[in-house]
Ligand binder design. Structure first.
Ligand SMILES: NC(=O)c1ccc[n+]([C@@H]2O[C@H](COP(=O)([O-])OP(=O)(O)OC[C@H]3O[C@@H](n4cnc5c(N)ncnc54)[C@H](O)[C@@H]3O)[C@@H](O)[C@H]2O)c1
Length: 329
């Protein structure tokens, strides 16, 4: 396909996943426009300034004045901007509703008016909450049981997108596994990255609820999946939700720690397990739909993300890994 003439708007493109996606889109020959309020600084985008085809608008998705120029001439929107994660939404509930609900709705309506072809929404596997069968899997047909404001807002907007059909613009909801792996804007408030950082730094690590399941997916793979969903024919993706990840990459927290200790065996005594028998979130996810319908296969594993962070921290590429700029909380 000829990607050269197409402009893709990435909301939240300065963030952890967005700044990896921008690189992949530019690589494929797209014109990439990012709108971001730079809540966590500009580090994620510094590498793209001056690259032909890249354009940045510092703005807020809750403002129509910011969105109007951002949406001009856009083929597809990838909507990543949000207050991200359960803790951040709990701490800043008003901002979460304003951005994740009101901002998303405004963006969607203005994208419709601008005749955008496809609207990709970054949703989350957190929507599943606690799986009904602790020995089973959840898939896209399973009930959604959000247990946080973050997931409630994701489920609400998803339901709106999946139920509202238009001739011009088709929507796709991507339920991401928990991300790991390197990015121009690293995040250390995510399990794999945080555990790896703490053990590289030789810190005491307390693990709560080692027996609960979560799926994980590398930032590079999440970005590839977004592009596949954006480029796929309508009859494959329109008004559908897809889990994004790999069925083999579901782990209990305790297994994650063992993977990291495999790379840092001298840190075993730093790990302390704290018993917790109840966790509102426990989900092991089936990712067959995206594999069968879109041909998506994750290329990276948790071990790859762990090795990237060990190298980056040891080599000083991330100078001050405990800095607040790498956390959303
Ligand atoms: N990281 C994960 O594990 C994960 C898992 C599931 C879903 N997701 C979803 O993927 C998306 C990206 O997540 P991330 O990890 O890259 O988060 P992130 O916090 O690193 O990036 C979000 C970006 O959005 C920007 N932003 C926030 N509010 C804004 C506003 N009102 N206007 C403009 N920009 C704004 C921030 O400045 C930031 O750069 C989010 O929608 C998130 O819910 C992430």
């Amino acid at each position: 396909m000829n990607t050269l003439q197409k402009t893709i708007l990435v909301t939240g493109g300065a963030g952890y996943i967005g700044s990896v996606l921008v690189d992949q889109l530019l690589d494929r020959g797209y014109l990439v426009r990012v709108i971001d309020s730079l809540k966590f600084g500009d580090r994620g985008l510094r590498g793209y300034v001056g690259i032909p085809g890249f354009e940045f608008i510092k703005g807020d998705i809750t403002s129509s004045d910011s969105l109007a120029p951002a949406l001009n001439g856009v083929d597809s929107v990838v909507h990543l901007a949000a207050i991200v994660g359960d803790p951040a939404c709990k701490k800043y509930p008003e901002a979460a509703v304003r951005t994740n609900k009101e901002g998303s709705e405004l963006l969607y309506l203005m994208a419709l008016e601008q005749k955008v072809r496809r609207f990709i929404f970054a949703s989350t596997c957190s929507n599943y909450g606690k799986m009904p069968d602790p020995d089973g899997y959840v898939d896209e047909t399973s009930p959604l049981a959000p247990v946080s404001l973050y997931a409630e807002l994701k489920v609400d907007f998803e339901q709106h997108l999946l139920a509202t059909r238009h001739d011009n613009m088709t929507s796709v909801c991507l339920r991401f596994a928990t991300a790991h792996g390197m990015s121009p804007r690293p995040r250390f408030d995510l399990t794999v990255n945080e555990f790896t950082r703490d053990l590289v730094l030789g810190k005491r690590l307390e693990i709560y609820g080692e027996q609960f399941w979560r799926p994980y997916c590398h930032t590079q793979d999440l970005s590839r999946a977004i592009i596949m969903a954006m480029e796929a024919d309508n009859d494959i993706v329109a008004y559908q939700a897809f889990n994004v990840g790999s069925t083999e990459e579901n782990y209990k927290k305790g297994t994650l720690v063992e993977i990291i200790l495999g790379e840092l065996p001298e840190m075993r005594e730093k790990v302390h397990y704290v018993e917790r028998t109840e966790d509102p979130r426990d989900y092991r996810v089936d990712f067959s739909k995206i594999k069968n319908n879109l041909g998506f296969d994750a290329k990276m594993k948790v071990i790859d993300g762990v090795r990237e962070y060990i190298d980056a921290i040891r080599n000083g590429i991330i100078e001050d890994p405990e800095s607040n700029q790498y956390s959303n909380i």
